[in-house]
Write a protein of this length. Structure first.
Length: 242
C-alpha cells in the first residue's frame, strides 16, 4: 500500500510533528541509559570455566585485560547443527565494532553451550572474528537463564526475561546479553542482563530498516531474517508473504 501523497508543505508539517516524537524518544532513551548505569551490581562468587581456543579460562580471564565484559548468549546448543538465525543476524554486526569496543575498555565475547569444535565450524562458515567460547559442562548458561534442561521444560514455568513463562514458549536455548565489571582486585560483578528483544538496538540493520519506506516489512518479529549465506537459496523458494 502506498501512503498518502501530499504537498511539500504538508509533508514538512508532518515531519516536524514526527521530529518532536523522535526527540521525545531520544530523551527517554537517555533517561533509560542513565538508569541502566545506576543499577546496583551483584558480585560473582561462583567459579565458571569456559573452553576457548587458548585453553580453559575463567570468567575473569574472558575480560582479556579490560575492566568491562559484554557476553552475548548465542543460541547454539550441544546438539544443534547451526546457530540461531536471529543470533547470527545480531552477530553479523559485531566484528566492525570490536576495535571501538576494545579501545573503550570493553571486551565482547559470545558464549554458547555447544562444544568448541561445533562453535569453530559455524564461526568459520559465517566468517566471523569475534571471540566465542563454550560453556559446555558449566552452569553458566543455566544460572543466567538462557539455557533450559529437559527437567526445566517439564515444569509448569521457566524463568526467562525476569519473569516466569510457559515452557511451551521457551526453547532449550534462548538469547540474551549480560554485562560484567572487573575491579583492580580481580573481583567480578554482574551489572546488567537483557533478554528477548532487549538487545535489538545492537542490530544496526533493523535501525536502518526502520527508516526505509517499508520499514521492517515483517509479519512477525524478524521473520524475514536468514543467515547471511542463505538469502539466495531463500529467494528461490516460493513465498506467500514477500
Amino acid at each position: 500500500m502506498q501512503n498518502e501523497v501530499v504537498s511539500r508543505e504538508e509533508w514538512l508539517e508532518a515531519r516536524r510533528a514526527l521530529l518532536a516524537k523522535e526527540k521525545e524518544a531520544t530523551r527517554l532513551r537517555d533517561s533509560v541509559n542513565a538508569a541502566r548505569l545506576a543499577m546496583p551490581w551483584v558480585k560473582v562468587d561462583k567459579d565458571y570455566v569456559f573452553e576457548t581456543p587458548d585453553g580453559r579460562k575463567s570468567l575473569a580471564d574472558l575480560f582479556d585485560g579490560r575492566s568491562q565484559l559484554l557476553i552475548y548468549h548465542f543460541m547454539l546448543g550441544p546438539d544443534w547443527d547451526a546457530g540461531c538465525t536471529g543470533c547470527s543476524f545480531l552477530s553479523d554486526h559485531v566484528d566492525g565494532a570490536l576495535p571501538h569496543l576494545n579501545h573503550h575498555d570493553v571486551t565482547w565475547v559470545a558464549v554458547s553451550r555447544a562444544p568448541l569444535d561445533k562453535i569453530a565450524a559455524y564461526k568459520q562458515r559465517m566468517g566471523w572474528q569475534f571471540p566465542w567460547v563454550s560453556s559446555f559442562g558449566s552452569d553458566f548458561n543455566f544460572d543466567y537463564h538462557v539455557s533450559f534442561s529437559p527437567e526445566d521444560l517439564a515444569k509448569d514455568k521457566v524463568f526467562y526475561n525476569f519473569t516466569p513463562m510457559q515452557p511451551a514458549d521457551a526453547n532449550d536455548e534462548l538469547p540474551g546479553l549480560s554485562a560484567f565489571y572487573r575491579n583492580d582486585k580481580g573481583e567480578v560483578f554482574h551489572t546488567y542482563s537483557s533478554y528477548a528483544r532487549g538487545p535489538e538496538e545492537l542490530i544496526g540493520t533493523l535501525m536502518m530498516l526502520d527508516r526505509a519506506p517499508k520499514g521492517r516489512n515483517e509479519d512477525s518479529t524478524m521473520n524475514f531474517v536468514r543467515r547471511h549465506d542463505e538469502y539466495e537459496e531463500a529467494a528461490k523458494a516460493p513465498s506467500c508473504c514477500h
